[in-house]
Design a protein around this ligand. Structure first.
Ligand code: BGC
Ligand code: ZN
Length: 365
């Protein structure tokens, strides 16, 4: 069968690889699930892996099959699989356990190991292939009614984890009634984070760098959030009108925005950081001022990466609620389908030059 792969360490090496179709008997526990891949989303991570910024091949291979936003259908199950049946729609999680205590309790997204295993990213093959095999433990069922949008679940879980963490942390307040939130970044992640916060009833201001008319701004409007273009209005200025923010979700990829976010966080507020900033930027900031406001305002800042199985399950619930509250909205994020694994060049050209794309994805089958 075919797969889209890179040679880690070699920039621009994306190519079509050929390998044997897996089988449920490859999983000795009998808990193997064979999944026929239907769609796989791509994002900045795939672009950065192909640019050789990070990413590693599994042991015994010189290539890495990429793709971590999978969606597929169960084709066969091993004898000890209990919950999944052939025909079920599924999404598999991304990170696999290492050795720390957190990995042992299913929270490998919280690993304290220095090495981590992520399908399609680091040391494990991903989903841009025709079939994959996985232990039932890492496979999450998607209801029939979400099959059109199931490919959005993985990016959804990144928003889901960050926001769930924020609420967990805020239990320190005994009574926490967040009213206003800000989301930094209006791409796929920013839109999904805004959705999750709107479903929780918050007033949300989402910041981006693109002027209107802008599809993403219309989509924000459709779920009752407001869009602010930072080229027209600074974050600080908008915060005086729409803040103070009880919760800020940051996912722009720019550490400068992180420090601006720290300055517009409200008292007792929580700032969630999710940007993978691989660069080496230096910045001058009003350090005393930021520190003083954090201390006097009892503020919290938390980093969040990847997601646990639990975040996938609550992600499915939020997507169902979104379909009920804003029917057809999720579907509109799927702007750029690319047909077949053979279309890998087009897939990467698009990623290089997104030109208004929200979610770029491969229609594998
Ligand atoms: C993925 C996460 C992953 C992170 C770091 C993101 O693109 O969506 O699941 O943990 O990259 O590798
Ligand atoms: Zn991703």
């Amino acid at each position: 069968m075919k797969a889209i792969a890179v040679l880690p360490g070699k920039p621009g090496s994306v190519h079509l690889a050929e390998l044997a179709k897996p089988s449920v008997s490859d999983v000795p526990s009998g808990r193997g699930v064979l999944v026929k891949v239907l769609r796989v989303g791509v994002d900045g991570t795939d672009r950065e892996i192909n640019a050789a910024e990070y990413g590693a091949a599994p042991e015994g291979y010189d290539f890495l099959i990429i793709g971590h936003e999978g969606f597929g259908q169960v084709e066969a199950v091993g004898p000890n699989v209990s919950f999944l049946r052939p025909g079920d729609f599924v999404v598999a999680t991304v990170r696999r356990p290492g050795k720390s205590l957190y990995d042992a309790i299913g929270l490998q997204d919280m690993t304290t190991d220095s090495e981590y295993f992520e399908r399609g990213i680091n040391l494990r093959h991903g989903y841009l292939t025709e079939y994959y095999i996985e232990d039932e433990e890492f496979v999450v069922k998607i209801p029939q009614g979400l099959k059109e949008v199931g490919v959005l679940l993985e990016p959804m879980t990144v928003a889901q984890k960050g926001i769930t963490q924020a609420y967990e942390i805020q239990r320190r307040m005994k009574v926490w009634r967040p009213r206003k939130a800000a989301v930094m970044g209006a791409g796929t992640l920013g839109l999904l984070a805004t959705l999750v916060l709107r479903l929780r009833g918050l007033d949300v201001t989402t910041f981006g760098r693109t002027p209107k008319p802008y599809l993403n701004a219309d989509l924000l409007d459709a779920i009752g959030a407001r869009y602010v273009n930072t080229a027209e209005r600074s974050i600080t200025d908008a915060a005086t009108e729409f803040g103070p923010f009880d919760l800020i979700f940051e996912g722009t990829g720019s550490s400068a925005v992180v420090f601006e976010s720290m300055q517009v966080l409200g008292k007792n507020g929580v700032l969630v950081l999710t940007s993978i900033t691989g660069g080496n930027h230096k910045l001058e900031v009003p350090a005393d001022r930021i520190n003083l406001d954090f201390v006097l305002g009892n503020k919290v800042m938390v980093g969040s990466v990847n997601a646990s199985r639990d975040n996938f399950e609550t992600g499915v619930r939020d997507m169902s609620q979104a379909e009920a509250e804003y029917p057809g909205w999720l579907r509109q994020l799927l702007t750029h389908p690319v047909r077949g694994l053979d279309g890998y060049r087009e897939l990467f050209d698009r990623l290089q030059n997104p030109n208004g794309a929200i979610k770029i994805f491969c229609e594998v089958s």
